[in-house]
Design a protein around this ligand. Structure first.
Ligand code: F3S
Length: 396
């Protein structure tokens, strides 16, 4: 791999310890994936923020990097293990909270914007078409590559931090146009609408791709319209079930690709079967969570319209980015929603927060939420529309 003078100086430690370690990581990655050069990045999103995932070894490493490391590009964080302000209301253990704050402090010391969200594109970390970026969270990576048309691999926590500190990433994988071409046409026959249905579709297509190693990038036809909320739900789901980091959606997404020859049809039956798999029979629901990926202002406004004047019967969280909630505060949506007993959980989500064992069954409009709710937190799951989630929250 060709390194410039600046890259070599970083490797030699002339720009400090953190830049040296970062360039070592990026150089090693570049060698492994046979990159020819580094490309500058304009935006970074770092995952591995929850203390539950990092533990003391991860925190030690961050603290070392924070000794002299400073990020060179706009960098935000993935959700943390708790709401950084209202963790007590959500029942988070004070010891865990103390450690989570140490993690956030280390990131802040490096100049990282401590907005913890999987929807950075909704709150100001928004690259444009064709820009090279280094993002880590799978749904955000899929959104950035597919919906925005920016270029990113799915980074791990250390490689994303390394890109932020150096301002570079090795040019391989999805940074190269030749690796962004579709492999299979997927034609969707039923009409799809709403975040839950788009999540179900993401599972159907994700499962198809997961079963066929040679197809990683689909060219999806049959979807005439999809709003940002539906696409964020779809991205989360297809990335979860298919490991997909890039798709093309005819008439909806901006990338150009050669059209593949093989075509697979998604039918009403396929959707019904996936929906059945997302729903456990007789799931005992005692927890409702909306906002996976993090809820948008439009979703929060819609929830405020649905719940005004009622009183919630089940523990219910709306997970969102703090800047989104701050706008909701100003618009009065938060007040209406919180008056019902529904809680906001900013900076975190029902998957990364340490809530295993606290609930039996999760009701959500997120197909990704069902996957991790079951796998990580051992919840039974019910998957339904946002409106039905709200009904569940108010049902005895
Ligand atoms: Fe975001 Fe957590 Fe879902 S990180 S995509 S809300 S699992």
């Amino acid at each position: 791999m060709k390194l410039t003078k600046l890259h070599q100086e970083m490797l030699q430690g002339k720009h400090g310890y953190a830049a040296q370690k970062s360039m070592e990581i990026l150089n090693a990655l570049g060698e492994i994936y046979e990159a020819e050069r580094m490309v500058p990045v304009t935006s970074v999103q770092i995952a591995g923020v929850s203390y539950a995932n990092l533990g003391e070894p991860g925190l030690d490493w961050l603290a070392q990097m924070a000794e002299d490391g400073q990020v060179r590009v706009l960098t935000t964080l993935n959700p943390a293990g708790m709401d950084l302000e209202n963790w007590r209301v959500l029942g988070i253990d004070p010891e865990f909270a103390k450690n989570q704050e140490r993690v956030i402090d280390a990131f802040a010391k490096m100049g990282i914007i401590t907005t913890c969200t999987c929807t950075p594109y909704l709150v100001g970390n928004l690259p444009h078409f064709g820009e090279h970026i280094a993002w880590a969270e799978s749904s955000a990576v899929c959104f950035a590559n597919s919906v925005i048309g920016a270029k990113t691999n799915r980074e791990g926590g250390p490689s994303a931090l390394a890109a932020a500190i150096t301002g570079f990433t090795p040019e391989y994988g999805y940074h190269l146009e030749k690796n962004r071409q579709a492999h299979i046409i997927i034609t969707v026959k039923p009409s799809i609408s709403g975040t839950a249905q788009f999540g179900t579709l993401g599972k159907v297509i994700g499962d198809i791709l997961d079963a066929n190693a040679e197809w990683t990038i689909p060219y999806i036809t049959g979807i005439s319209v999809a709003n940002t909320d539906e696409l964020k739900s779809f991205c989360a789901s297809i990335a979860t079930y298919g490991g997909t980091a890039l798709f093309h959606m005819d008439g909806v997404t901006p990338n150009r690709t050669k059209i593949p020859k093989e075509n697979i049809i998604v039918s009403e039956n396929d959707l019904a079967q996936a929906e059945k798999e997302l729903n456990e029979e007789d799931a005992k629901i005692d927890f409702v969570s909306i906002g996976c990926p993090h809820a948008s202002l439009r979703e929060i406004r819609h929830i405020a319209e649905l719940v005004a004047g009622k009183h919630v019967k089940k523990e219910t969280w709306i997970t969102t980015a703090r800047p989104t909630k701050q706008v909701a505060d100003r618009m009065g949506y938060t007040k209406i929603i919180e008056a019902t007993g529904i809680k906001f959980a900013c900076d975190t989500c029902c998957v990364v927060a340490p809530i295993r064992g606290r609930f039996t069954g999760l009701c959500t409009d997120s197909a990704k939420g069902c996957y991790y709710g079951r796998g990580r937190n051992k919840f039974q799951t019910k998957h339904c529309s946002l409106e039905e989630c709200i009904e569940e929250a108010f049902a005895e």
